[in-house]
Design a protein around this ligand. Structure first.
Ligand code: PBG
Ligand code: ZN
Length: 325
């Protein structure tokens, strides 16, 4: 099909044709809004590097979640900022922990909203690592039990789904077992299966106060240079019982999303992370790009690469834009 027989521009000449041949569509159903819960009342601490996002006390968090839900966003992902940190991350699995309280309040006030909880220890350990440490070593197997306790406490508080983001080996199986043994066999696991050791997490670590106090996360998060290893990580998590697979970050890893989409048939999520959000917001503020258009193009590209759902700080803005279009 060569020119002049085939003229690709024929089907680009009006919006009707363009709509008819559009291959990818973005919907508010695809979006998951991350939220940061903190103690207190009436608290709304701006996160400087993530304009439009705040550490929210539960009353304000419920308001934000309601706004999102009413815009057609089916789910939120909850992160907690605890009052106290210690070596064993006890606030992560405390019955009255911040995520546990926020979860039960959300389910009480907006019962049909899907509440997903991030399961990790880094916001709760005094050293900021995702696992417990022995000297300077992150102790994989000693961490598993604490992660499972955290996941179970979220489920008992009413979480609809748990999402381990720690990257310890074997944590999906451990969480699955503990959930199953405690009458939570119906709670799905969204696994951060291929989570890269990325500099794009910078703004999040300010927001969640979770930067490691020594070293970095290279002994547990993946090397950005690897893609075959993502296949191994994803395969393992599926065998261990994951229900949804996540790739994180999204934009520098669209090839990984595409590859995993080709190889597996589970629902696939991508995390459009804090640094990806911050870059667009910053360039928009400078007047260098049209932030709204770049947002829609970015989210569409993540879906085109193969993601079924996108965790994104743009969720509310994008849902508003979709409503307007
Ligand atoms: C840690 C965690 C991170 C994010 C979510 N959970 C990053 C990290 O510090 O390794 C990043 C999210 C983002 O940047 O938006 N378990
Ligand atoms: Zn962590």
């Amino acid at each position: 099909m060569l020119f002049p027989d085939y003229r690709p521009r024929r089907l680009r000449q009006n919006e009707g044709f363009r709509r008819m041949i559009r291959e990818t569509s973005l919907s508010s159903n695809d979006l998951i809004l991350p939220l940061f819960a903190i103690g207190g009342k009436g608290v709304k601490n701006p996160i400087e590097s993530m304009p439009g996002h705040y550490q929210l006390s539960i009353d304000n968090l419920v308001k934000k979640a309601k706004e999102a839900y009413e815009l057609g966003i089916p789910a939120v992902m909850l992160f907690g900022i605890p009052e106290k940190k210690d070596p064993l991350a006890t606030s992560a699995y405390a019955k009255n922990g911040i995520v546990q309280k926020a979860t039960s309040e959300l389910k009480k006030k907006i019962s049909d909203l899907v509440v997903i909880t991030d399961v990790c220890l880094c916001q709760y350990t005094d050293h900021g690592h995702c696992g417990i440490v022995d000297g300077r070593i992150i102790d994989n197997d000693a961490t598993l039990d604490l992660l499972a306790r955290t996941a179970l406490s979220h489920a008992k508080a009413g979480a609809d789904m748990v999402a381990p983001s720690d990257m310890m080996d074997g944590r999906v199986a451990e969480i699955r077992n503990v959930l199953d043994e405690n009458d939570c066999s119906n709670i799905p696991i969204m696994s951060y299966a291929a989570k890269y050791c990325s500099a794009y997490y910078g703004p999040f670590r300010h927001a969640a106060d979770s930067a490691p106090k020594f070293g970095d996360r290279r002994t547990y998060q993946m090397d950005p240079a690897n893609s075959l290893e993502a296949v191994r990580e994803v395969t393992m998590d599926i065998e261990e019982g994951a229900d949804i697979i996540m790739i994180k970050p999204a934009l520098s890893y669209l090839d990984v999303i595409c590859r995993i989409r080709d190889e597996i048939d589970l629902p696939l999520a991508a995390y459009n992370v804090s640094g990806e959000y911050a870059m667009i917001k910053a360039a928009d503020k400078m007047g260098w790009i049209d932030g709204k258009k770049v947002m829609m193009e970015t989210l569409t590209s993540i879906k085109r690469a193969g993601a079924d759902m996108i965790l994104t700080y743009f969720a509310v803005e994008a849902a508003k834009e979709l409503r307007r279009l």
